[in-house]
Write a protein that binds this ligand. Sequence first.
Ligand code: PMP
Length: 334
Amino acid sequence: MKYANSVLDLIGDTPLVKLNRVTEGLSATVLVKLEYLNPGGSIKDRISLKMIEEAEAAGKLAAGGTVVEPTSGNTGVGLAMVAQQKGYKTVFVTPDKVGEEKRDVLRAYGAEVVVTASSVAPESPESYYGVSDRLSREIPGAYKPDQFSNPAAPASHYESTGPEIWRDTDGKVTHAVIGAGTGGTITGTGRYLKDVSADRESGPVKIIGADPDGSVYSGGTGRPYFVEGVGEDMWPGNYDKTVADEVVAVTDAESFAMTRRLAEEEGLLVGGSSGMAVVAALRAAENLSEDDVVVVILPDGGRGYLAKIFNDGWMTRHGFLPAAAPQHDGAAQV
Ligand code: PMP
């Protein structure tokens, strides 16, 4: 019989697949790593498992404990799944601007969701950071992983994501293209790939950061953009500036157009940060040869973006599609 003993044993070991259509005209091999095949649907399952295991080992989380984190996205799903399997409660704090569907996913895993007003300043005790700090102090046995500064996050990528890429490319990977949100993925994966290839005859793996145009990582001011999960308006503790050899800025329009092409042409229904990373990879690949092997991490799937990136009405209203495009959602909005 072939089965896993727990859903947690299915985290990681995601496959690489070659891009064949969107790469037309390029000589390099471009491979994408499908993180949506993790059981919680994103790359964040990896850090969730590691952060909780480290907290257990350090005695910060014990039987009857509660995981408290201000998140509504992929990290929430990962933490909810891991905590539930290990017998802990979860409380997530989310601002009210986050869609009800995202909160429903967390509740489906048995998590409690506390909603805070988006209108208050981040330093206010009523903000979602403020409320999560208060709850982690007040709830007995509470543990707040804090994915932005927890060293277990990059460590999980140093121990799993990086080695998987090296192993699956037989050490032939020449470039890795990785988007940064908290910075955990690029820091941990990038560090491993550079360390393992440091003495290679052809030189170390080049790490290319992919970043939404406007975010601080690519020199922006932190001005808003629509692509979710990546980019920052401040420098988080888990982002190591020395890892990326270059950081490529990608606009929302480019990211979303590529996200749609990945679904339509490559059969890959992925999120906007995946489209963004592929745009950066293809730009880098323009100057590469057939000896180059580019690996791009695709952090999550596209189901969570059906009402946005994959909706013609939403895309048109935000200027990402020409107004004359057909409207599949039937919305008569201008
Ligand atoms: N893409 C998506 C969809 C994400 O949710 C995240 C996590 N914020 C990332 C990319 C970036 O990963 P990291 O936080 O490790 O930089």
